[in-house]
Design a protein around this ligand. Sequence first.
Ligand code: NDP
Ligand code: MG
Ligand code: MG
Length: 340
Amino acid sequence: MSKVLYEKDIQKEVLQGKKIAVVGYGSQGHAHALNLRESGYDVVVGLRPGKSQEKAEEDGFKVLSVADAVSGADVVMVLLPDEHQPTVYFESIQPNLKPNSAIAFAHGFNIHFTQVVPPLDVDVFLVAPKGPGHLVRRTFEEGAGVPALYGVYQDVTGKAKELALAYSQGIGAARAGVLETTFQEETETDLFGEQAVLCGGVTSLIKAGFETLTEAGYQPEVAYFECMHEMKLIVDLLYEGGLENMRYSVSDTAQWGDFVSGPRVINDETKDRMKEILADVQSGEFAKGWILENQANRPKFNATNAKENQHPIEKVGRELRDLMPFVKQSLKSKQKDVKV
Ligand code: NDP
Ligand code: MG
Ligand code: MG
């Protein structure tokens, strides 16, 4: 088994006394900045004027322009949306990076696909929490943490790995465990996971099940509960105790159906498609498409999004959730809590 590190394995001295600039104050940014400050570190936030800036100031941070935050920092954590990072990097970050400082990321996309090419005189590391930013914050406040992957791309000072580990500890990740990776592994597994399983796989599975039932004449409300609503209950059981725990909790009939029918839905053909998806991620084909889509102002993204929001399962779902106040409540507080 790979070595998972915890707080006791980590030296904090390497980060102590250093100035940390957290660039961006969204899902990850607010969590990193607040957790690091409460862990005793000196944090400034780098932002453009706007909503996030107001929020960071309300939370008591010194907010500077990205350029000023970077020029005073020993460690710069880039927590901007991945698709905006290259522009902000070349305009405001790179010209102000101090020699022998460190630049860090929470996802390897821009470094791995060379959209950001750092100078040769800085450390470059990754601390990628395996959970949404709002959980990184909430679990920290509860005395726990979200696990993270860490990795080093460039080690100029000889201390990049220790810095990454101390940073992981500062955001609370070492309470849950941190595991070494590379920018390549983190990027490729993250993209594959969200496409084939977590986001793309699950939404397509849910829609196909719902369509099969409603096209056969069953009520959309029944199909919604069956294919969407119950998903959470099943996933919670999987999260807590794996496949065995879920199968223990459902009826034996459901478990038998799982055994005989699951492999009819997801089979070798599906796995071949997954291998194609992985190959597109590995070859840079997926990254190229996404970068070009953004350069063209997202025509396909926006059209698909509008169409998806009109899917019949979304319509019936909105109506049903309106009648379930407890579900609505959690939606209100959801914010941007769902990125993987
Ligand atoms: P968000 O979209 O939640 O937040 C982005 C932040 O960047 C906002 O504060 C926004 O401020 C600011 N920003 C956007 N454009 C600019 C700009 N041009 N100049 C200055 N500030 C700007 O991002 P996430 O936290 O989701 O993602 C950050 C990184 O973390 C990404 O690399 C992502 O892959 C990674 N990650 C995210 C996870 C998640 O849970 N969301 C999980 C693991 C990794 P404004 O209000 O001004 O727009
Ligand atoms: Mg992910
Ligand atoms: Mg991702």
